[in-house]
Ligand binder design. Structure first.
Ligand SMILES: [Fe+2]
Ligand SMILES: [Fe+2]
Length: 177
């Protein structure tokens, strides 16, 4: 694997951990606001982002490449209201999608077919990530015009459960199996 690819994959590890950190911050915000369902949904999202980071770590390790962990930016910000984190999460996922596409583009340019295959899972995953987070934002905008609707949406989000994801090639890190 070429050095530029190793560098960019390491950068992606940092971004996945930042995503986890950001969603943990959002979960904490909703917990403080007593919206336990929203908090639950983002807690699971946080866990999934850590899984993504470990997929990249394992991929580098399996290819005898150095893993370089770097400083994770602080996520905390003041949210203007219940809807703002949903909008921020959607735009964040679109940024991540772009970064995955940039990685794929680099792999394509370098004829790094193994990395292209590894990234296939993330390309599909990002489609799902964008859709799921956008759906919650859309539901909020559509239905949440009173406290009862908010309570019902919170109840719906409370039902989400964590299920470990695995890349399509089945190489889920052992720590997650
Ligand atoms: Fe991710
Ligand atoms: Fe994500």
């Amino acid at each position: 694997m070429q050095e530029e690819m190793i560098e960019q994959l390491n950068r992606q590890i940092n971004l996945e951990f930042f995503s986890a950190y950001f969603y943990l911050d959002v979960a904490n915000y909703y917990t403080a606001e007593n919206l336990d369902g929203f908090a639950n949904w983002f807690s699971i999202q946080e866990r999934e982002e850590r899984d993504h980071a470990f997929f990249f770590i394992r991929y580098l390790q399996d290819n005898d490449c150095e893993v370089r962990l770097s400083e994770i930016a602080a996520p905390h910000r003041q949210y203007a209201g219940f809807e703002e984190p949903l909008k921020l999460a959607y735009s964040h996922e679109k940024t991540v999608t772009q970064r995955i596409h940039d990685l794929y583009d680099l792999a394509f340019t370098q004829k790094d077919f193994r990395t292209m295959q590894f990234l296939d899972w993330f390309i599909r995953e990002q489609g799902e990530e964008e859709k799921s987070v956008k759906t919650i934002g859309d539901k909020y905008t559509l239905f949440v015009n009173d406290q009862k609707s908010l309570y019902m949406l919170d109840g719906e989000l409370k039902t989400r459960v964590y299920t470990p994801a695995a890349p399509a090639d089945g190489t889920a890190p052992a720590a997650l199996a």
